[in-house]
Design a binder for this molecule. Structure first.
Ligand code: AHR
Length: 496
């Protein structure tokens, strides 16, 4: 099979916002306790932060981390997580019906995220709480003047404001599983008023309004429209969440989910722009795809879990090779929308539907299959995304026509290189041709493949790795490569 990509730096989509490769830490299962925070573990520092986990996270170059939820945030009192640890209340977390000890809270998160080198995306509780708790949190975190709350922050050890720039206005408020679930107009009004109060304290902050929890939510479309009708002028981004599963064990359908992902983004852009047009506004609402991943392996087990445990093993999907292929393809789709998707978060980062796992028995870190494509896009999907002018055959799925390959080139002017990501979704090897226009490429810096694994293979034994893509040839006209069946590939070339 043949596939072709034309790479022309004059055909630009947009610079990829580095926050495209963000992730998510929720108080859920073993993300925090036993994941990033484990006092007494031999690899933890004096704060209880797992250094081996930090080391793995650093490989992912994660620039932004959403916190503290998720469903958790809709029942959370941020005040429970500040002050002396001995005085913090143990609470029933209604989001996950678990016990929350609050030993890790706001200050610990800020300190930890600085160690990781990531900015926070702080979510406020618009489920059980609202304007008051949100504005108090902004005052506590960002206020410079001496007030009761900013002085409380100082008393708790942070003289300087945290200066948190990005805030999420609640989580999945369209879902009836959410504590404090709302109608679109109830949420839209609340988002408007909360944003107003938060911005009064700090006009420099950026705000994300909650969009749909899934593309096929029954309220999809009207939710976005009504929410934006209410808070268009107050927010900068609208969120999207989407998880996929292969419950039917149908590989072609599963890999074809990237088309749904693509259409979801396209639909939300259309709605944002329709509201903009109706309002005669010049303001553009951008997208924050702040939960995306595969999630289904663990669901059966989760249904059997005993309730009200401390850090239970919840949502611990063990990802296989086909999951990694879907993640690669979804990442390419995100880059295709670099002009509108400015923020995204692979949900989540450690233990819970995550690329990084800590083994509860051995105490060791292991890396999931999805770690590899995500690591490559987060490190090298940086620069200007170029329009993916492609030629390839497609196959028919139930709802979509799916191209046998997904590809995109990113022009990194600082490094003088073009990086090409290409996935072969077919079961045959593929001759991949890259036509280079309007630039000259001279040599291959790196060419790797993630290939050859059984589609159901997982990586608890750490045997998965990126290999060299050896059948690759470069000439003045471009690149020719032989891609293995069902493979994820990355090619970096020097531009001179
Ligand atoms: O990421 C797991 C959960 O998925 C989050 O808490 C929620 O926002 C979504 O439904």
């Amino acid at each position: 099979m043949d596939s072709k990509l034309i790479v022309d730096p004059s055909h630009r989509i947009s610079k990829i916002d580095p926050r495209m490769w963000g992730s998510f830490i929720e108080h859920l299962g073993r993300v925090v306790y036993g994941g990033i925070y484990q006092p007494g573990h031999p690899k933890s520092d004096e704060n209880g932060f797992r250094l081996d986990v930090i080391e793995a996270i650093k490989k992912l170059n994660v620039p932004l981390i959403r916190y503290p939820g998720g469903n958790f945030v809709s029942g959370y009192n941020w005040e429970d997580g500040i002050g002396p640890k001995n005085d913090r209340p143990v609470r029933a977390d209604f989001g996950w019906q678990s016990i929350e000890t609050n030993q890790f809270g706001l200050h610990e998160f800020i300190e930890w995220s600085r160690k990781v080198g990531a900015e926070p995306d702080m979510a406020v509780n618009l489920g059980t709480r609202g304007i008051d708790a949100a504005r108090n949190l902004v005052e506590y975190c960002n206020f410079e003047q001496h007030t009761y709350l900013s002085d409380l922050r100082r008393k708790n050890g942070a003289e300087e404001p945290f200066n948190i720039k990005l805030w999420s206005l609640g989580n999945e408020m369209d879902g009836d599983w959410q504590i404090g679930h709302k109608t679109a107009s109830e949420y839209g009004r609340l988002a408007h008023e909360t944003a107003k109060a938060m911005r009064k304290l700090d006009p420099s902050i950026e705000l994300i309004a909650t969009g749909s929890s899934l593309h096929d939510m029954p309220t999809f479309g009207t939710w976005e429209e009504t929410v934006l009708d209410n808070c268009f002028e107050d927010v900068d981004y609208l969120s999207l969440h989407q998880y996929y599963g292969n419950e039917d064990n149908n590989l072609s359908e599963f890999l074809g989910k990237s088309e749904d992902f693509n259409n979801f983004i396209n639909d939300v852009i259309a709605i944002c722009d329709a509201v903009k047009a109706r309002k005669h506004s010049s303001k553009q609402i951008n997208l924050s795809f702040d939960e995306w991943n595969v999630w289904y392996h663990s669901k059966e087990n989760d249904d059997k879990q005993e309730l009200w445990q401390k850090s239970p093993q919840l949502l611990e999907d063990h990802y296989n090779y086909e999951d990694a292929l879907l993640i690669g393809s979804l990442a390419i789709t995100l880059m295709k929308y670099a002009d509108r998707v400015k923020i995204a978060a692979l949900a989540q980062l450690v233990n819970v539907i995550a690329p990084i796992m800590t083994d509860p028995v051995s105490g060791n870190v292991w890396l999931q299959s999805i770690f590899y494509p995500f690591m490559q896009v987060s490190n090298f999907g940086q620069g200007v995304a170029l329009t993916p002018n492609t030629e390839v055959e497609s196959y028919k799925c139930k709802d979509y026509e799916v191209p046998y390959s997904d590809s995109i080139a990113v022009y990194n002017e600082q490094r003088d290189e073009v990086v090409i990501f290409v996935e072969n979704k077919s079961k045959q090897s593929m001759h991949f041709k890259v036509d280079i226009k309007n630039i000259h490429i001279s040599k291959i810096v790196e060419a790797t493949e993630f290939a050859g694994y059984d589609i159901k293979q997982t990586n608890e034994d750490g045997k998965m790795k990126l290999n060299t893509l050896s059948k690759i040839y470069i000439s003045d006209a471009g690149i020719d490569a032989e891609l293995k069946p069902l493979s994820w590939n990355m090619i970096r070339v020097v531009v001179d």
